[in-house]
Design a protein around this ligand. Structure first.
Ligand code: GUN
Length: 290
C-alpha cells in the first residue's frame, strides 16, 4: 500500500505557483488576489478559511476575508457578492459553505460572476466542465485529479465508483473521470443513498472515490484487493484526548481498508491540502484571464 501524500503534492503545487507570482511581481504587476466570505462561526469553516488565507500568503497572493454575522440575511450576503463581482482588485472569491439556514445557497452561487467563481460552483462553470470547455473546475475534484496525475495512477478503462452525488464533489468528479483525458477515460458509476447492492458495486471498483459524508462508511469487505481509494470525507468528532477537543474522521475506515489498497489517502494530509492548492491554481487562472 502506498499513501497518496496530499501534503507533499500540494507543497509542490504551491511552489510552482509561488514561482509564477514572483515573475508577475518582478514584472511590476500586482499579485493575484483572493477573497473569502465567511458567514457565521462554524468552527470547521473558520479553520478552512484561515488555512486558505495562509496558503495565499505563502504563495504571495493578496487575500481578504469578509466575516459576516451568523444572523446575516440573504440580501446582505448578496450585496457583498455584488460588491466583490465589481471590485477590480479582486480576481476571484469564494463564499464558504455551508451557509446559515436562512440563506439559500443556490441564490448566492447564482449571483457570483462566473469569471470570479474560483470554486467552480456556478452553472456556467459546471456547464463548461460537462462540455469539456475551459472552466474553473471545483477545487476538490480538481485536487483529486492532480493527485492521480502526480502519482501516475492508471485510470484508463478502469472501473471508478464514486460514492456521493454532491454538486461540489461527486457529480463533477464523475464527469472528470469519464472524460477523454489522462487521468480520465474511466468507466464511472455514480452511487448514492438510493443505490442498491452498494457493497457489491464498491468491491468491483478499481478506483473508489468516497464523498458520502458518513464516518468510516467504507469497510474492508467493500474494497477490492489492489484498489485505489480516495477518501474525501472529513467529519469533526468529539475527542477529549485532543487539545482541540475533536478529531477529523474520514468516510473510509482507514485502518481496516489500508492493507487491501494499492494507493489510499488518509483523512489528514490527503484530499484536503489538494483542495486548497486547487483553489490557488484557479485564482491564478482567474488573474491570468483578466
Ligand atoms: N465547504 C466545503 N468545501 C468547500 C469548498 O470547496 N468551497 C466552499 N466555498 N465551501 C466549501
Amino acid at each position: 500500500m502506498q499513501l497518496l501524500d496530499g501534503t507533499a503534492c500540494s507543497q509542490q503545487i504551491r511552489q510552482e505557483i509561488a514561482v509564477e507570482v514572483k515573475a508577475i511581481v518582478a514584472a511590476g504587476k500586482r499579485p493575484p488576489h483572493l477573497a473569502a466570505v465567511l458567514v457565521g462561526d462554524d468552527g470547521a469553516s473558520q479553520n478552512y478559511v484561515k488555512m486558505k488565507v495562509r496558503d495565499c500568503e505563502e504563495v504571495g497572493f493578496g487575500s481578504t476575508t469578509i466575516r459576516m454575522d451568523a444572523s446575516s440575511t440573504e440580501t446582505e450576503l448578496l450585496a457583498k457578492v455584488e460588491k466583490l463581482n465589481r471590485d477590480e482588485a479582486i480576481d476571484g472569491f469564494i463564499v464558504q459553505l455551508p451557509l446559515p439556514p436562512q440563506i439559500n445557497e443556490n441564490n448566492v452561487i447564482l449571483a457570483i460572476n462566473p469569471k470570479k467563481d474560483v470554486d467552480g460552483f456556478c452553472p456556467a462553470n459546471i456547464g463548461n466542465l460537462s462540455l469539456g470547455l475551459p472552466t474553473f473546475v471545483s477545487a476538490t475534484p480538481n485536487g483529486i485529479m492532480e493527485l492521480l496525475k502526480r502519482y501516475n495512477i492508471e485510470t484508463e478503462g478502469k472501473h471508478c465508483v464514486v460514492l456521493g452525488r454532491s454538486n461540489i464533489v461527486g457529480t463533477p468528479i464523475a464527469v472528470l473521470m469519464s472524460r477523454d483525458t489522462n487521468p480520465g477515460n474511466a468507466t464511472v458509476t455514480l452511487a448514492h443513498s438510493r443505490t442498491k447492492n452498494l457493497k457489491e458495486l464498491c468491491v468491483s471498483a478499481d478506483i473508489l472515490i468516497v464523498a458520502i459524508g458518513k464516518t468510516e462508511f467504507v469497510t474492508a469487505e467493500m474494497v477490492k484487493e489492489g484498489a485505489v481509494v480516495i477518501d474525501v470525507g472529513q467529519t469533526r468528532v468529539p475527542d477529549s484526548t485532543r487539545k482541540s477537543g475533536f478529531r477529523n474522521v474520514g468516510d473510509v475506515d482507514f485502518e481496516l481498508v489500508k492493507n487491501k489498497c494499492s494507493f489510499i489517502t488518509f483523512v489528514t494530509g490527503g484530499v484536503g491540502p489538494m483542495t486548497r492548492a486547487s483553489l490557488l491554481q484557479n485564482t491564478l487562472k482567474a488573474y491570468q484571464r483578466r
